[in-house]
Design a binder for this molecule. Structure first.
Ligand SMILES: Cc1cc2nc3c(=O)[nH]c(=O)nc-3n(C[C@H](O)[C@H](O)[C@H](O)COP(=O)(O)OP(=O)(O)OC[C@H]3O[C@@H](n4cnc5c(N)ncnc54)[C@H](O)[C@@H]3O)c2cc1C
Ligand code: FES
Length: 275
């Protein structure tokens, strides 16, 4: 468990390295957790940061694939990623077994940061967007602030496959698109309904999920004048600012940020989120 608190936004220098897979768990069909031994990454990573993994020496897939760090154990020297198989890169990742080495760059990107005024953290996750937020909860666990997680999924299976999340969170709202668990509907609908309950508290919002979800959270945060950080999952190339492949438009529309090096965590008021 980490002990330092994220009161400022952290960025680290990109380093090419290798780590050894020490555990692989299938938490759900096509959803895996990999524990990777790497003392430096487990020691210095902050919630919101990611690793960019090389998955082939061939031409396909040519580009590395980015994955959020979802947990660390600095004492034991390992960190975890949580991923779903959706294409060639993640298919290859799912074939790796404990004992194999993995080529990665990290930790990359910036981190979430917490204001000293904050008395309650509201976390909003869409599907596997829970990955960086679970790591944030690991940090927040040691703080005397209230924590509420809103987590939406299409069906109940991912909640059941990832029970650890319950242990680090005081207040938890589940939503499912099919009504199989918790609130029946979108996580953003429940969030918009519940947000007035917190209006007299010093609150910060932290969100990660699909862009339409982030757009809605951005809107709700703006309407309620609440500080809000969004973690984006833009398609990436290099992962450290060299290829210009991960643009996100500034709120004014007059300039661009790179998700990999200016983000992936952005203050919601600074950016335009594509739908
Ligand atoms: C900062 C960051 C953190 C991420 N963290 C995680 C994580 O913790 N767990 C996880 O499972 N995934 C995460 N992702 C997404 C992950 O990198 C993609 O799932 C992965 O690149 C897909 O690779 P692939 O080769 O399997 O699929 P591809 O063959 O590259 O793509 C298959 C299909 O999925 C679409 N796709 C690929 N990546 C994305 C994306 N980022 N957003 C929307 N559509 C996409 C493609 O357009 C294509 O249609 C993260 C992405 C970023 C940028
Ligand atoms: S991925 Fe290359 S600049 Fe962001």
């Amino acid at each position: 468990m980490t002990s330092d608190i994220i009161t400022t936004q952290v960025k680290t220098t990109a380093q090419l390295t290798t780590g050894k897979i020490i555990q692989k768990r299938m938490v759900l069909a096509d959803v895996f957790k990999l524990s990777i031994e790497h003392s430096r990454i487990s020691r210095i990573s902050k919630p919101g940061q990611f690793v960019n993994i090389k998955l082939s020496d061939q031409l396909t897939p040519l580009l590395r694939r980015p994955f959020s760090i979802t947990a660390v154990n600095a004492e034991a020297g390992w960190f975890e990623i949580l991923f779903k198989v959706i294409g060639e890169g993640t298919r290859r990742l799912a074939l790796l077994e404990p004992g194999e080495m993995i080529n990665l760059i990290g930790p990359l990107g910036n981190s979430f940061w917490l204001s000293s005024q904050t008395k309650r953290a509201l976390l909003v996750a869409g599907g596997l967007g829970v990955a960086p937020l679970a790591f944030l909860l690991q940090h927040l666990y040691q703080l005397k602030i209230k924590k509420t997680l809103f987590w939406g999924n299409q069906t109940k299976e991912l909640f059941l496959a990832y029970p650890e999340i319950k242990h680090s969170c005081l207040e938890l709202f589940y939503t499912t698109d099919d009504g199989s668990m918790g609130y029946h509907g979108l996580v953003t609908d429940l969030f918009a309904e519940v947000i007035p309950k917190f209006e007299h508290e010093a609150v910060q919002i932290f969100a990660c999920g699909p862009n339409p979800m982030l757009q809605k959270i951005q809107q709700v945060a703006t309407q309620n004048g609440i500080d809000c950080q969004l973690s984006l999952e833009t398609l990436m190339g290099c992962g450290f600012g060299a290829c210009m492949g991960c643009n996100v438009q500034s709120a004014s529309g007059e300039s661009y940020f790179y998700t990999c090096s200016d983000g992936p965590v952005f203050n919601a008021k600074d950016i335009k989120v594509d739908g």
